[in-house]
Design a protein around this ligand. Structure first.
Ligand code: NAD
Ligand code: UGA
Length: 464
């Protein structure tokens, strides 16, 4: 039996930060050190002002406040943390490749390989290396290859322990996970490593919710879970377009099918399209893996989920243009929300970015209000696309801090994120400030359309 006393996590991002905070919170006798190359990020994790954490997640501040400097540490000293730990989580980013073979599809594993090489270079005692990042199936083989060739006699076990948390509910998901998945080698040493990680989670997760499998099943289950979830969103979004043509209402359809226990009611909310750092990246990765094995039908099947999602974002923007008499040139379009979903400050792959880009191509003036996203982030998201110059973006996109001020003289409002506060606004006050006719395009189906129509708005939602 191996009892882990020292954990290191490489990568202090949306996964590494909250996951390790919860482990430290639930295992006070284990020292947890989260390391990152990004000095600003580590500084923010260590900020005395707890509201300055680099990630916004409900409930996270309290957990960090309690455990930080007790058994939870954030540091840029990667080597020291690796050296001290018996168990090392790799929680670095695995973005879609932007160059070379597999460009635009395959996962870029350079950060993973760098971690493996650094562990190999530093380790003087045996280590359990845990894949926390989402990885292509069989990545553990490559990591093992690097680690087994150090020539210094140190033994490594590689485990796969994918993370299933969703942003905005990360703390809740970590405290009460549907399941924890741990994949490892089937031999005796592999089983000892698996047990060591099971023992960590067993401090707060029921044993029957901790699944153990072989490494490849675990790696592939993570990609499969994200593909299935995203596929449900694309499926309901596909039906939303059909609803708009036929007089059916997608909310009613979703409720009707969701009550079938074989289908289930979750993840059936029609929207402007899914965003986030993972769904698209992981499905593209899956498509790439299938193609690399010559499984073209499998690849095409999953690629359709992305094609549908791109269509949904584009059609939302096109509908705004069409409804505003086929031109938005010089018109003020207000975006309520920029984050890819509510309760997060994360904007990666947010539908808002692509809808804004399409409308800017139509010469719209865009005004954005998001309770958690900064002006700098919004402009850098648009600049990253490279569609137009940074000066043009900053001239056409203005960011406001007041949700009423922003609506003054607006031609239309588009809801891009389902922040709860939008539902409680004084919509009469907003209507009074806008140009008439005043349009609302509800990309999240969160507002009361009947109420808005009564005030005088022209209200358009998704799927009815
Ligand atoms: P992130 O970009 O927020 O964080 C990754 C961090 O790793 C960055 O701060 C980066 O500086 C650091 N890093 C990269 N290389 C490093 C190195 N060699 N040494 C030290 N630090 C290094 O990414 P994330 O959202 O936390 O995602 C991490 C992984 O988890 C990805 O594989 C992702 O697919 C997966 N995942 C993400 C989520 C989510 O909700 N964001 C959920 C489940 C799984
Ligand atoms: C998703 C998965 O839900 C997590 O289990 C997984 O760990 C994570 O990806 C990951 O691997 O990164 P996340 O992207 O944080 O989590 O958030 P989701 O709640 O899944 O939402 C993703 C996108 O789909 C959002 O833009 C959301 O608004 C959209 N969505 C979701 C819908 O449009 N309709 C729905 O019914 C559900």
């Amino acid at each position: 039996m191996l009892k882990v006393k020292n954990i290191c996590c490489i990568g202090a991002g949306y996964v590494g930060g909250p996951t390790m905070a919860v482990i430290a919170h639930k295992c006070p006798d284990v020292k947890v050190t989260v390391v990152d190359l990004n000095e600003a990020r580590i500084k923010a994790w260590n900020d005395k002002d707890i509201t300055k954490l680099p990630i916004y997640e409900p409930g996270l501040e309290n957990i960090v406040k309690e455990a930080r400097d007790r058994n939870l540490f954030f540091s840029t000293d990667v080597e020291k943390a690796i050296d001290e730990a018996e168990m090392i989580f790799i929680s670095v980013n695995t973005p879609t490749k932007t160059y070379g073979l597999g460009k635009g599809m395959a996962a870029d594993l350079k950060y993973i390989e760098l971690c493996a090489r650094q562990i190999a270079a530093v380790a003087k005692t045996d280590k359990i290396v845990v894949e926390k990042s989402t990885l292509p199936v069989r990545t553990a083989e490559a990591i093992k290859n690097i680690l087994d060739n150090t020539g210094n006699g140190v033994k490594f076990q590689i485990l796969s322990n994918p993370e299933f948390l969703a942003e905005g509910t990360a703390v809740q998901d970590l405290l009460s996970p549907d399941r924890v998945l741990i994949g490892g080698d089937l031999d005796e040493e592999g089983q000892v490593a698996i047990q060591a990680l099971v023992d960590i989670y067993a401090n707060w997760v029921d044993r029957d919710k901790i699944l153990t499998t072989n490494v490849w099943s675990s790696e592939l289950s993570k990609l499969t879970a994200n593909a299935f979830l995203a596929q449900r969103v694309s499926s309901i979004n596909a039906m939303s377009e059909l609803c708009e043509k036929t007089g059916a209402n997608v909310n009613e359809v979703a409720k009707a099918i969701g009550m079938d226990s074989r289908i289930g009611s979750k993840f059936l909310k029609a929207s402007v399209g899914f965003g986030g750092s993972c769904f698209q990246k992981d499905i593209l990765n899956l498509v790439y893996i299938a193609k690399s094995y010559g499984l073209n039908e499998v690849a095409d099947y999953w690629e359709q989920v992305i094609i549908m999602n791109d269509h949904q974002k584009r059609r939302f923007a096109a509908n705004i243009v069409k409804t505003l008499y086929n031109t938005v040139s010089g018109k003020k379009i207000v975006f309520l929300g920029w984050a890819f979903k509510k309760d997060t400050n994360d904007t990666r792959e947010s539908a808002a970015i692509y809808v804004a880009d399409d409308l800017l191509n139509e010469q719209a003036n865009i005004a954005v209000y998001d309770p958690k996203v900064s002006q700098q982030k919004i402009l850098s998201d648009l600049n990253y696309l490279g569609t137009r110059s940074e000066t043009e973006n900053s001239e056409s996109v203005k960011v406001y801090e007041d949700p009423y001020e922003i609506c003054k003289d607006a031609h239309a409002i588009a809801i891009l994120t389902e922040w709860d506060e939008f539902k409680d606004y004084d919509w009469q006050r907003i209507y009074d400030k806008m140009k008439k006719p005043a349009f609302v395009f509800d990309g999240r189906n969160i507002l009361d359309g009947e109420k808005l129509n009564k005030i005088g708005f022209v209200y358009k939602n998704i799927g009815s």
